[in-house]
Design a protein around this ligand. Structure first.
Ligand code: UFG
Length: 317
């Protein structure tokens, strides 16, 4: 298939683009490099450096589907700059959807998030559970999900939204590298790499077994594989939503311990205040995607995810 991958110079988009190329698809990456890296675009993909609001010029060449990753994705930043999140994540995606409609491209796989659920009433979270996002990031992604449902009904779009929980690990040299790093595992590994003295643990008084937040970590290679299944499942007139996690929760302290084991570094920690907007526990039920699309995570252990991230960050390409 001829595919457009928006945000394909970012962490998850680049891994998905690489897997699509391995499967023999023709891939164009559209990325404005506002947070992505040109050298993350996999060899073999065409690259257009532009915003998604310029997608129509690219789509006019004729594409079978779009895999849409380009977005602003920091919860904290979204609270400080909500307009940025609404304009990029909702406004940008609506422009993309219009461009798809005008150029006759009617399949899309959308990068959604567990942040659409907000503070859950129970875990593991099911796709049918209430969506009450606690920040503009989650709200902007939820608004896109709502738009996709409407576009599927009105215009026959075939859409699949994948709601990611905490993505970790690396795929060969494709790894997480944000200019401003807020995520736990890369920050912990920075200590082991000697780039930071210690890592802050945001809150040790949560109602969890060791007092730190519990998250569901999913390997980026497994997550990417789900996009290929989702692409095949795009059916005109339908919008499907699937959670993507591994179904197991690990606390911040447990993550730090695994990083110590993998790196052999003592990794000093300091206790810090809770980070606003952090739910105590987020664990997905991914039963629906396993049942309907046959997705099966192959790299389920946290140790594998940390080990892959460590190998890729210790020996960057
Ligand atoms: N944490 C620390 N120290 C750090 C960084 C994080 O203690 O230096 C803690 C956080 O407070 C949180 C946990 O580690 O309890 C995980 O934090 P991350 O920033 O790695 O991930 P989040 O769970 O906040 O966010 C992830 C995605 C978001 C998505 C969210 C859905 O990165 O895009 O899951 O809940 F919105």
């Amino acid at each position: 298939m001829k595919l457009l991958v928006t945000g394909g110079a970012g962490y998850i988009g680049s891994v998905v683009a690489a897997q699509l190329l391995e499967e023999g698809h023709e891939v164009t990456v559209l990325d404005d490099l506002s947070t992505g890296h040109a050298d993350a675009v996999p060899p073999g993909a065409s690259f257009v450096q532009a915003s998604i609001i310029k997608a129509e010029g690219v789509l006019a060449d004729g594409y079978d589907a779009v895999l849409h990753f380009a977005a602003k994705s920091l919860v904290g930043e979204s609270v400080e700059k909500p307009g940025l999140y609404w304009s990029h994540n909702l406004g940008g995606t609506l422009a993309l959807l219009d461009a798809m409609r005008r150029t006759g491209v009617n399949r899309i796989v959308f990068s959604s998030t567990a942040a659409t659920y907000g503070e859950p009433e129970r875990t593991p979270i099911l796709e049918t559970d209430p969506t009450r996002p606690g920040n503009p990031y989650g709200a902007s992604k939820l608004a896109v999900d709502t738009a996709l449902t409407a576009f599927a009904g009105l215009y026959g779009l075939g859409a699949v939204s994948l709601r990611y929980f905490n993505v970790a690990g690396a795929y060969g040299a494709f790894r997480e590298r944000h200019t401003v790093e807020t995520h736990l595992i890369p920050n912990v590994l920075k200590v082991a790499l000697g780039e930071r003295e210690s890592v802050s643990v945001f809150g040790t008084d949560y109602p969890t077994p060791d007092g730190t937040c519990v998250r569901d970590y999913v390997h980026v290679a497994d997550l990417a594989r789900a996009h290929l299944l989702a692409l095949d499942a795009c059916t005109p007139g339908e919008h499907r939503i699937y959670n993507l996690g591994s179904g197991a929760g690990f606390s911040v302290k447990e993550v730090v311990d695994v990083c110590r084991e993998v790196t052999g570094h003592p990794i000093p920690t300091t206790v810090a205040a809770r980070r606003p907007g952090d739910p105590a526990v987020l664990v997905a039920s991914s039963e629906k995607i396993q049942r309907e699309l046959g997705w099966k995570p192959a790299h389920a252990t946290l140790r594998d995810m940390v080990a892959d991230a460590w190998t890729a960050s210790a020996k960057p390409a």
